[in-house]
Each structure stands twice: as C-alpha cells, then as structure tokens.
Design a protein. Structure first.
Length: 176
C-alpha cells in the first residue's frame, strides 16, 4: 500500500487533493470551530488552537502519507483552490483490510450533498485501490447529520462494538 504519488480524487463537483501548508488557516478553522467540532473530543495534545498548531498538524498528515499509515484529502470545489473540508482513511488494521474514515466540512457547505460525494470517492478508493474490505466510522450518538450521512452511504450500525476511548460514540461499518 502506497500513497505516493498522492492520489487525487475527482467527483462531479469536487477535487480531493493533498492538504498543504497553504491550507493552514482553513485547517485551523476546521479543527477549532465550535460548530464543526461540537461532537468531537480531542485530547489536549491533538487540539489545534493556533496557525502553528495547524502547520504541525499538516506536517503530521504529510508524514503519515509518506509512511503510508494514513491519508487525508482536502476537499475543494472543482476549479477552486481553498479547501472546504477534509476526509481521511486512517487507523488501518494490520494487513490494511480495515480502515477508519473521518471527515469535517465547513458549515456553509452543509446539506448540499458534498460530503456524501467525497465519502463515495473515498469509499471507492479504499475498496478498489487499497486492500480494504471494511471501512468503519465512529460518530457521536447525538450527531444526527453524521449518522444520516453514514446510513445514506450504506454504513450500518454495529451495536456490539464500543469505542473504548469515548462511550458516546457509535461505530458504523461498511463492507466491500
């Protein structure tokens, strides 16, 4: 499994591309805005509070891509350069057959089907370009929009799995 060269993904309305230091201001916004992060619990060492924190986060994402341990795409509208969100595959199992998906999106782009479009592209990549046979998603039980997104894209709730780090999370799965 390799993420080099970086696999850009295109959909009807979106380009999913690598996140760069030029995206620092938007990464800071996406990782610190109260609305976007309402249902996310990050330990203090993973919180993004400054541009310096955002640059460190982007550097970590780049290192993970280079080491083939995680891949994060910046979501842009076609023919624009500013990211409006991110989506990733990470937390791979041994053998890379299971991956976790994570995502965020600027609220001004909610309820337009954009995250569903991005998610479909990433699911396709995971199942067709990687050895994934299962993609999982953790979402807070009160996050109705995320639950709806996952269900509308074929994910099913696994009632037997529990998140050991956050008892408020539900775990959804999608099988190849």
């Amino acid at each position: 499994m390799t993420f080099t060269p970086f696999p850009e993904l295109q959909t009807t309305r979106l380009l999913l591309r690598q996140v760069t230091v030029k995206d620092s201001a938007m990464v800071l916004y996406l990782r610190s805005d109260k609305t976007i992060n309402k249902y996310i619990q990050r330990p203090p060492e993973r919180q993004t509070r400054t541009i310096t924190d955002a640059v460190k986060h982007i550097t970590m994402l780049t290192d993970q891509i280079e080491s083939n341990t995680s891949i994060t795409w910046g979501i842009t509208l076609q023919n624009t350069t500013e990211i409006i969100g991110t989506i990733c595959l990470w937390n791979f199992s041994k053998g890379h057959t299971i991956a976790e998906v994570g995502y965020d999106l600027s609220p001004k782009h909610h309820n337009k089907g954009l995250m569903s479009e991005a998610l479909q592209a990433v699911i396709n990549f995971g199942f067709n370009q990687l050895p994934c046979i299962t993609i999982v998603a953790f979402t807070q039980f009160r996050n109705a929009n995320s639950i709806k997104l996952l269900e509308n894209n074929g994910f099913g709730l696994n009632k037997t799995l529990k998140d050991p780090d956050n008892s408020n999370n539900l775990i959804f799965e999608l099988f190849e």
